[in-house]
Structures are given as structure tokens and as C-alpha cells.
Design a protein around this ligand. Sequence first.
Ligand code: BGC
Length: 756
Amino acid sequence: MRKQFMACFLLIAAIHIQAQDNKMNGFISTLMSKMTVDEKIGQLNLVTPGGAVTGSVVSQDVDEKIRQGKVGGLFGITGPEKVRQAQDIAVQHSRLHIPLLFGLDVIHGLETVFPIPLAMSCTWDTVLIQKSARIAAAEASADGLDWTFSPMVDIARDPRWGRVAEGSGEDPCLGSAIAAAMVRGYQGKDLAQKDALMACVKHFALYGAAEAGREYNTVDMSRIKMYQYYLPPYKAAVDAGVGSVMTSFNEIDGIPATGNKWLLTDLLRNEWKFKGLVVSDYTSLSEMTAHGMGDLQTVSALAMNAGLDMDMVAEGYLTTLKQSLKKGRVTEKQVDQACRRVLEAKYKLGLFTDPYRRMNAERASAEILSATNRNAARETAEHSFVLLKNGEQVLPLKKSGTIALIGPLASNHRNMLGTWSVAGDPSKSVSVLEGIKNVAGTSVNILYAKGANISDDSVLVAHTNVFGPEIEPETRKPEDMLNEAVAAAEKSDVVVAVLGEAADMTGESSSRADISIPESQETLLKALVKTGKPVVLVLFNGRPLTLEWENQHVNAILDAWFGGTEAGNAIADVLFGDYNPSGKLSMSFPVSVGQIPVYYNAKNTGRPYDGKGSPKFKSDYLDIPNDPLYPFGYGLSYTHFSYSGLVPDHTQISPRHPIQVKLTVSNTGNYDGEETVQLYIRDMVASVTQPVKELKKFQKVWLKKGESKEVVFTLNTDDLKFVNSQLHWVYEPGAFKVFVGGNSRDVLEITLNGIR
Ligand code: BGC
């Protein structure tokens, strides 16, 4: 009965969708029948009038171009009034009155800025992440925007690459869950809703695998590696219904993504059945010339033939497609198809019904930076922090005594928001000093000193300060600043050192070869440690850093990433134990740069070194260990969780018989807290070598102190599939190991048998 009801329901839903599609197709066909070729090509042109740009601004006379129907969309402007003015030109003064699409990089919130995406991924909490995207969409849509260039889902194993800050780390399972959650959050139930934003998954594809972590560098990888480890998060976004896809700057198999037919047509359209809009990245179309693919006309035709619909900034389509049509290098059918996809996006967003539907000054003033939104940002930030070390349980701090609050990031607004917070106002953010005062009140005596500049390296400072003075070197001598800080430390019960990177030391075009804390701050930290006072290091960083010295010498390390508007309050909540930290790393922290890439889902090799016996002729280094300093999935709590009794309900898994794996997790410490229980597998024998561990499931459990809970995971043979040499996801029977634990290193394990 239930099955019949479901079948009936699905049939009615399918008929409804078909009817809606027919209506949309009819509308667009009628509109397109009135369009000239120039107007169709105009729809493929996405321009920016300037502002926070990441390359040269190619487009001049934007207003005039809109009037002439030479612009399909605009990005980089915010605020209902500005957006309205541009929309007025399109709707009132262009021949066919086709509304514009307004986009922006709303990456981790609009004005209420949430933690950077890498931090959010450390919550392992898809509900919180979805909520953050919903709030971002509500704010951005009130501000007039229709489209966000997010989520960025590029898997990355190289922390030298600055854009790891924008993604969800190294793992495809976690990354896919987050990609889908963000799409759901932005797009809501229906794109036509006034508070929905069209999402854009990026950067398709493999951008996170740039060689040596150097920005915009070459990518080269096997198809098996792509399919199993790098492509799943993009696919998850597509399966979640993402409205658009952005191509990446890099090449794939020797052809830049923006002109890569295998990628954009064979894989994305034919294999994954993606029906939405494909847009290039900022001038990635014209950059194909520098890649060595030909002049602007050639690369524009290449992109059109590959399946690229919209050209961001390069104006290659606008200026060359008509000639290419004449020469037969592209077909009218292709141009029509691309134009149709742009118009479909506008239709689905409801812009043909009301082009002004997302410009609502009243809603903007009520919702943007509202107390509710700020609270959500604070909660998300608390959950994103990762406690890396807590020697002698120095944390949480008491709300009494004297704290020396030291460091260039301790009383700093400018760097709280992190990279890609283009609409965020740093002055609205809460600094750590303010947060501590808010949370601990007057019962704590705070001695603040800056102690050092973020960096004294003038080249680094200039490179970082492109969007404004994030690093503001003082005129005071470094020794004077240091002495002041040491004097404060000596008068205190505990030192809280707030150190790390400036916001734009990560993000686009911010690769670093040395990923340690900048030297000026290291010197400060060493001096603070020398005082003999307990030192708590609060870190600001958009990437894993090398922290070997810190791990050995400071008492506690709290990784606070870039926490967003509410960073300071959230940090204080955690420092004083109002929130017990629960974040878990989504990316391994290397011992040294020499280990990179270091990631948990590595292969065993033929000569693995397990740390026992002679290492000679084993896969290792003479001078550093193989293991990272902090592994994927790692993160401490103020309490302690113990794992026991891992048992399967039976030992043979088959396509028709899933297995349930049970275990008990107990809170044996002194605080209530939340744990992320992680399940990994290892396929012991397969036709393609498999990694030593692969995350398959995770669950969050909240446990009161002294409480135990049974945690149950269900595994089926789909969870055991891998990509074989024919690039098919397959299940091969045989022995599997299942590991469960609170990180990827410290686990319980059992062996199961997979049968047909
Ligand atoms: C970035 C994209 C971004 C675009 C528009 C590019 O430089 O790679 O992630 O969406 O600029 O701002």
C-alpha cells in the first residue's frame, strides 16, 4: 500500500515537473525567437564593473553594454539600490527587457560572516553548515543578489595552496556531504523563492591539485584518482540540484578545464546529467591563450564546443563568437543552447516574473547582521574550532585572575573575517579582546599587548595587503613591543597568545612555501614561553600550519581559523569553557613542509614502514616521520571520550545483507561534550590498490559527563565500492577492515568478509 502511494506520489510529482518544464521551454522559445544573434551572445557575457576583483577588469562601458543587450549577468556589486539601478537599465532600456542575473562571491556569509569554509568543515555538522548557507542566502537575496559563486568543493592535499581556506579539506566523503548541504542551504526548496540564491559549485575540476601548491599551477592526475578522490564533491553538488557549475583555471589531461569537452560535456552533461548553467572562472576563457591553446577567437570557439555557456569577464564570446559562427567554428545550435541555459537560470530564479524580487531594502535592514544571524555565526564558529593540544588541562580558563592577552591578532578586527568576505565589514566583527571582556566580564584582569607585527617581511606584507591593511607594521621597534608583552606575561597567571596568519595570507593567490607562523610572531612566542607561565596559543590560520615547535613547547593550542563576525565571542566561549570544543580536522597538519602532500587516505605501497624495525629500504624519510603532526579527523575536547565494544551484527556483508556495526562511546571526563564518531574502511584485496583508510560514515553524539551511548552504523556494499580500471564504481567481495574512532589514527578495528 505504502509503495503504491509512493509510486503514485512520484508520478504526480514527475507530471508536475514536466508541466513546469514545458511552460518554461515555451516561454524561452518565444523569447529566443525574437532575439538576434548578438542578443543571444550578449546573454553569455558575465561582467564585473570592478570592486573586489581577482584579475584585470576587461569590461568597459558596462551601462551602455547592458542597454545594448550585451550583458547577461553582472557580479561584484551589492546593495539593493545599486543592483536596482543596473536592473533598471536592462529591464527598461534594453530592446527585449531581459533581466540581468546578479552574482557575488558569497562564500561564508554575506555581512554576517561565518567561519571560513575550511573551519566550517571542521564542525562535521551538515545541519549547521546548511543553516549558515541559508542565512547567507537570505542576506544576499535581500541585498539584490540571485547567484553565489559557492560552494567551493575542491579537494586539497597541499596546505601550501592558499585556497584550502575556501574548501572542505582533503576527504571526498566529508566534502561531498558538505557540498550537498551548502547547495540545499543556498537554494532552499525552490529557486524562485525571494530568499533563494542559485548556487555555483566550483572550481570544476581538480583545482585543488595544483602542483607544489602553487596557485594556478598545472594539474595532472590519473582518471582513477579523479573519480575516486577528487570528483565526488562536485558530483554530490550536482546530485543535490546545484543550478550552476564554474570551470577551473587549471588544465586536465593537458586541456584547460574551460575548453575541455571531456570534462564539460562527456562527464558533466552526459555522465552526470547536469542540466544547469556552466560559467567560466574569472578570465579563464581568455587565459587559455597563455596556456597555449590559441588566440581569443580560437579559445572562445574551443570553450563553446566544449560546453561552456557563460564567459566570466574575458568577453571572448562577446567579441568573437559571431565571426566563429560565420566561419563555421561554432554552430548556431550551440549558441542557442548556451543562451537557453542562461535564460533558464533566470526563469527558474523567477526573474521574468519579477526582476526586482530579490531587492528588498526593508528585508535587508531587518535581516542583515541581525542578532539571530550573529548568534548562528557565533554558534558555528564555536563548533569549528579545533583543540589541538591541552597539556595539564590548562583550558578551560577560570573566569578570575590575570590573563596576559598577547599578539597582533588579539585586538584586531581587520583579520577576524578571513578571506573571501567581500561584503563583510571588519569593523562589525568582535575581536578576541572584546570577546573575552564580553564573556568573562570584569572578574578577569586583562593585560593586553600586541607584542609583534603579524609579519616584518615587507614582501609578504605588500602581497597580503592588496585588499587593504591587514598587516599594519608599527613604527615601534620590535624589541619594545616584545618587552612590553613579556612584562605583561610576567604579571599574569596565564598567557593567551593570539597569533597566526593575516586573513589574506590564505585564499586566492596566497600560496606559501613556508607554512609556519611568521618569524616576528615566533620570536614573540618563544619569549612568552620562556617566562615559564602557562601559554595558550590561539591560532588564526586559513590552512594547516607546521607547528612542531609549538606542539612541544606551549601548553595548549586552540585552532580558531578565521571565525567570522563573531570570532572573538566564540573564542572566549571556548577559552572559558562555556562551549566545550568539538571541532575535528578536515585536513592533516604536516610535521614539516617536506611531507606534503600528506593525507590520511594514502596507499600502503609495497614497502610500508610501520615504525617498527629497521626503516632501511622502506617507504619513509631519513629525517622526518611519515605521520602528520595532527591527523585528519583529530580534535580534542575538555572531556575524554573512550571507545569500546566494536562488533558487527554479522561478519559477512553482501549486496542484499548490509551490516550493522555497533560500539559504545563513553564520556569519561569531567565535562559534557560532543564527539564526532568516524568510521573508516580498508579494502584488503582489490583489483586496484586501495588506501589504508577511507572515511565512509560519521555521527555526532552529545554525551553528558559519565554518560555512555551505543552508536550504530549501517554499511552496505555500496559503501565498499571503489573505482576500477574501467572507471566504474564496483564492489569486489573479499576481506574488509572497519575502523571506528575519534580521529583517523586512533581507532578500534574489526575484519569483515564481503561476499556476493
Ligand atoms: C575565483 C573564483 C571567483 C571569481 C569571481 C576568481 O578569481 O577563482 O572563485 O568566484 O574570481 O570573483
